[in-house]
Write a protein that binds this ligand. Structure first.
Ligand SMILES: Cc1ncc(COP(=O)(O)O)c(C=O)c1O
Length: 355
């Protein structure tokens, strides 16, 4: 006899990318930033650790919200700090979707959206993308119209492409909320779409951001949601009182106040991304033009899993991803995070031998 809710029994838990804890790996599998965070972040952590760990943190993270609001030219009540973007996504599901509602997301994209819908026990739907990663609006319209929550990662993962503002606006469900997941936003030519929050459909949109990628803070766990204060107020009702600890709030504020540091790492990553893309194409792979800190590489030989395994034997980790679809069959490929130049050189040298 199981004591769990039936949907928890049925759930195949979300499996994050491998995180080997021993040194010696070239780790290009979970889209972390290969460069360290700003020294000002480390100072802020040390300062907070010495000063104020005996008391609870500010439950609404006022000081961080002020800094984030300044960055995007908004008022602080448009910002909700969270324990990583993943927590923002959980809060959205908890706040907006009951079991009769439909949660939708493009497919392939971030698998966690589906897991969250399964945990909540809602209906859910995969919106099939065209083979070139564009939207098939005509085909998906009936599902978009029913959606209470529509998650759209922009840039998308695993493809790395970014959809235009016009496309995003056309996806807002008439009776629901569009969540624009900008986990990789800072690596794109247009680093965010906050202006859409002021459009006619802005009251039905939430943008989620993370410090895990562009700010090199995946180990800290910090993200934030941006939306009209009416939406933020409702989301705040369903969060833990102290969802962000004092150290992460202080570190996150220092991180976003040091834009120069983030932008310099972004510049290096984009330069390496261009080189990685060209070299993989030279080896015969199809590589999507990426606006993120990873590239999606496929080739007609379809030996992606074997390449992944051979790389792993050499202590090089990339992400082998496989998506199946009743209509389009199996789509698989390698998602390769843009590491340092040296890491990418090691990866490319191995690929030249095995590919
Ligand atoms: C599309 C997308 N959204 C959200 C996240 C989660 O970010 P965080 O580390 O802030 O939870 C990821 C992480 O890989 C992601 O790929």
């Amino acid at each position: 006899m199981s004591l769990f809710r039936p949907n928890v029994d049925r759930l195949a838990a979300y499996v994050p990318g491998e995180q080997p804890q021993e040194p010696g790996w070239v780790k290009l599998n979970t889209n972390e930033n290969p460069y360290p965070p700003s020294p000002l972040v480390v100072e802020a952590i040390e300062r907070m650790a010495r000063a104020r760990l005996n008391v609870y943190p500010d439950p609404v993270g006022k000081s961080f919200r002020k800094a984030a609001a300044e960055l995007f030219g908004l008022d602080a009540d448009w910002i909700l700090p969270a324990n990583g973007s993943d927590e923002s996504l959980t809060l959205l599901v908890r706040a907006f979707a009951d079991p009769t509602n439909l949660i939708a997301y493009p497919y392939p994209s971030y698998i966690l959206y589906e897991t969250l819908a399964e945990i909540q026990g809602t209906r859910f739907a995969r919106l099939r993308l065209n083979a070139d990663w564009s939207w098939n609006l005509a085909q998906n319209k009936p599902l978009i119209q029913q959606a209470k929550l529509l998650f759209v990662p922009n840039p998308n993962s695993p493809s790395g492409n970014r959809w235009s503002d016009e496309t995003i606006l056309s996806l807002v469900p008439p009776n629901g909320v569009l969540v624009l997941d900008e986990a990789y936003g800072d690596f794109a030519d247009e680093p965010h779409a906050m202006q859409l929050l002021h459009s006619e459909k802005g009251s039905q949109m939430v943008v989620t951001r993370t410090l895990s990628k562009s700010y090199s803070l995946a180990g800290l766990r910090f993200g934030f949601a941006v939306a009209h204060p009416d939406l933020i107020r409702g989301m705040r009702k369903v969060k833990d009182s102290y969802n962000c600890d004092a150290i992460s709030l202080a570190a996150a504020e220092a991180a976003i106040r040091d834009q120069a540091w983030m932008l310099e790492n972004r510049r290096k990553i984009i330069a390496t991304r261009t080189r990685l893309t060209q070299e993989l194409r030279g080896l015969g792979f199809d590589v999507v033009d990426s606006q993120a800190n990873f590239v999606w590489a496929t080739r007609s030989a379809k030996d992606h899993q074997s390449l992944y395994e051979q790389l792993k034997q050499r202590k090089i980790l990339v992400r082998y991803m496989k998506f199946s679809d009743e209509t389009q069959g199996i789509l698989d490929g390698l998602r390769v995070t843009v590491g340092t130049d040296a890491e990418v050189d090691t990866f490319l040298a191995a690929m030249r031998e095995i590919a």
